[in-house]
Design a binder for this molecule. Structure first.
Ligand code: SF4
Length: 232
């Protein structure tokens, strides 16, 4: 739990990190959040009661359900979102979109917005990065378009993977078709989570991969802004 989050959605937000993720992204900076059997077991009542203590801090923002993959626990998310909504608290779900849409539609409907990680627009590249394709994420985005659910896209820029002009152009072209996409956040790959991979004894493939330069990021942002997208 983070009571004063400023980077996961609009305003100052309470961020709840739910344990467990079915993906295995090569750059995951929270590999300790992947195992669903770790973490603390809490009811939605307990979590809601705790969040309520911060209500005055988060009135300009709200609550973000993050992870791991929060929608891996749809029953918990649904219950908590219902409680937050009933108290007029703005909610966002930070998701990779990997969960089958039918199992999470009601959670998406309840949330005020989605922060949707599009890992890669080419399915093969997505599989290389995450171990799975992007079909569910695309379906989730199309559903948001059909229900006018505001979406902020997140996309990690990794040299040798997504830092590729044609991939970036393909991604920008695709996203520019969606009215529900209010913003695209291009996130430079960083190595801050590298030590966690070591500590967990996991094999990390990006030891020799540098972070993108400022110039790389400026070029990437221009590709998206040239398509009329609002880029951060
Ligand atoms: S979706 Fe997020 S939490 Fe899951 S493996 Fe990828 S980066 Fe890590």
């Amino acid at each position: 739990m983070e009571s004063f989050g400023t980077v996961d959605g609009p305003g100052i937000r309470f961020v709840l990190f739910l344990q467990g993720c079915p993906l295995n992204c090569i750059y995951c900076h929270n590999p300790d959040a992947l195992n669903p059997d770790d973490g603390e077991l809490k009811s939605s009542d307990e979590v809601f009661e705790y969040i309520s203590r911060f209500k005055s801090f988060i009135k300009s923002g709200g609550v973000t359900l993050s992870g791991g993959e929060p929608l891996r626990q749809p029953d918990f998310c649904r219950e908590l979102l219902q409680k937050l909504k009933a108290h007029g608290i703005h909610t966002a779900i930070d998701t990779s979109g990997i969960m089958p849409l039918d199992s999470v539609k009601d959670c998406i409907d309840l949330a005020d917005m989605l922060l949707l990680d599009i890992k890669a627009i080419s399915p093969e590249l997505c599989r290389k990065i995450t171990g799975a394709g992007n079909e569910n994420a695309i379906k989730t985005l199309r559903y948001c378009e059909s229900t006018s659910k505001p979406v902020w896209i997140r996309h990690v820029v990794v040299p040798g993977y997504t830092l590729d002009e044609s991939e970036l152009k393909k991604t920008a072209d695709f996203l520019a078709r969606f009215k529900c996409v209010e913003r695209v956040e291009l996130l430079p790959f960083h190595k801050m989570g590298e030590y966690k991979w070591k500590e967990l004894g996991l094999s990390y493939t990006l030891y020799d991969t540098p972070s993108p330069t400022e110039e790389d990021m400026a070029k990437a942002r221009k590709i998206f802004s040239d398509k009329g997208l609002c880029v951060r």
